[in-house]
Design a protein around this ligand. Structure first.
Ligand SMILES: Cc1cc2nc3c(=O)[nH]c(=O)nc-3n(C[C@H](O)[C@H](O)[C@H](O)COP(=O)(O)OP(=O)(O)OC[C@H]3O[C@@H](n4cnc5c(N)ncnc54)[C@H](O)[C@@H]3O)c2cc1C
Length: 326
């Protein structure tokens, strides 16, 4: 039986998380058997043949001009049509804003279970087992699926992509019925966030600031370090609630869940709701003047000190290193 991977595109570009989803589908296929098939819903082909290198043997393309923007009902119909055509054992999504909206719709239409925002997948006895953090990241839940397809959405940056040199995926049109009436409530325009900055969930490096910054004007210190590191700026809820940063910057239980290679938490105490959004980061650096701050319990490296001294010194050191390495 095959493994079906939802290939997410935005503005005609395949999103990086789709390669991670294909990577995990490829690893699962080695244990569960069957080919890895992609399904993409788009207004035009965003270069799907190239996904052969990411592990797809073929990709079904559900094409319609209305799919220039996300269309929940239309996308769900198309993905269900792909499930009916492929009859996969497993269907995987990226746990992005679109993936988290679409996966439950598809699961409901198919009458099967869904594990959202998974951080690990495994195969036991020929069946999928999904692991997802619960209780704001305090525990991990392992889920089995009584029916197929087992559906899971994968936390962006928690799974590695694969590279299959030289192979191209076969791109095939997917037959499905577009229902304009069902799709009458759809996204018509996406506004880019200020400064066109990278999506936090896809960033390799994040520098987040908290209430320790004392005021919005001091986020300059965070922005300068972020620029030197090539990072995206994040924030705690305290500063978002105070109106210092937009909600799109918020990391945590009621904000974004991120898994960058490096997460630098500056002037953030490390409340459980903040940790829920960043504790799966690969390396965590905490800068806080309180040695008892809970953030140090999850940090790989901790710096106890006044951020207004420590961060500019760190930025200077990173800039010098950047200059030396050209
Ligand atoms: C239902 C619910 C959902 C929530 N969701 C989220 C969420 O999604 N994300 C989130 O972040 N929070 C969330 N919260 C809020 C959370 O509980 C905390 O209140 C919040 O994370 C605190 O933000 P903070 O760490 O910036 O502020 P504080 O807790 O006030 O911490 C500020 C830190 O800065 C340090 N500091 C101060 N001055 C300096 C200095 N000069 N140098 C160095 N360090 C300094 C202090 O020692 C302190 O540790 C949620 C709460 C609830 C109830």
């Amino acid at each position: 039986m095959s493994i079906l991977a939802f290939i997410e595109q935005r503005n005609g570009q395949v999103r990086p998380v789709s390669r991670e989803v294909l990577g995990e589908a490829t690893r699962l296929a080695e244990k569960l058997g069957g080919p890895v098939v992609g399904v993409c819903v788009a207004a035009s082909d965003p270069g799907l043949a190239g996904l052969g290198e990411a592990g797809a043997t073929r990709v079904l393309l559900a094409k319609h001009e209305a799919f220039a923007q996300y269309d929940a009902a239309g996308y769900a119909r198309a993905v269900v049509a792909a499930v009916e055509a492929v009859k996969p054992a497993v269907l995987l999504f990226g746990a992005t804003a679109i993936g988290k909206d679409l996966a439950p719709r598809v699961a409901a239409r198919l009458g099967v279970g869904l594990a959202n925002d998974c951080t690990a997948l495994s195969a036991e006895g020929g069946k999928l087992i999904a692991t997802r953090p619960v209780f704001a990241g305090k525990a991990n839940l392992k889920l089995a699926f009584p029916r197929i397809p087992a559906i899971a959405s994968l936390r962006p940056r928690a799974f590695a992509a694969v590279t299959r040199n030289g192979s191209a995926a076969a791109v095939e049109p997917l037959a499905f019925a577009y229902d304009a009436q069902a799709s009458r409530a759809r996204v018509t325009r996406l506004a880019a966030s200020a400064g066109g900055k990278a999506d936090l969930t896809e960033s390799e490096v994040i520098v987040s600031g908290g209430r320790g910054l004392k005021g919005p004007e001091n986020f300059k210190v965070i922005e300068e370090l972020a620029e030197a590191l090539g990072a995206t700026v994040g924030a705690s809820r305290a500063v978002v609630d105070a109106g210092w940063r937009p909600h799109s910057d918020q990391v945590g239980q009621t904000g974004k869940t991120v898994s960058p290679k490096l997460y630098v938490a500056v002037g953030i105490s490390g409340a459980i709701q903040h940790l829920a959004g960043m504790s799966s980061s690969r390396c965590i650096v905490a800068i806080n003047k309180d040695p008892e701050a809970p953030i140090f319990k999850v940090a790989d490296y901790g710096l106890v000190g006044d951020l207004f001294e420590v961060v500019p010194a760190l930025t200077k050191a990173v800039k010098e290193l950047n200059e030396k390495s050209g």
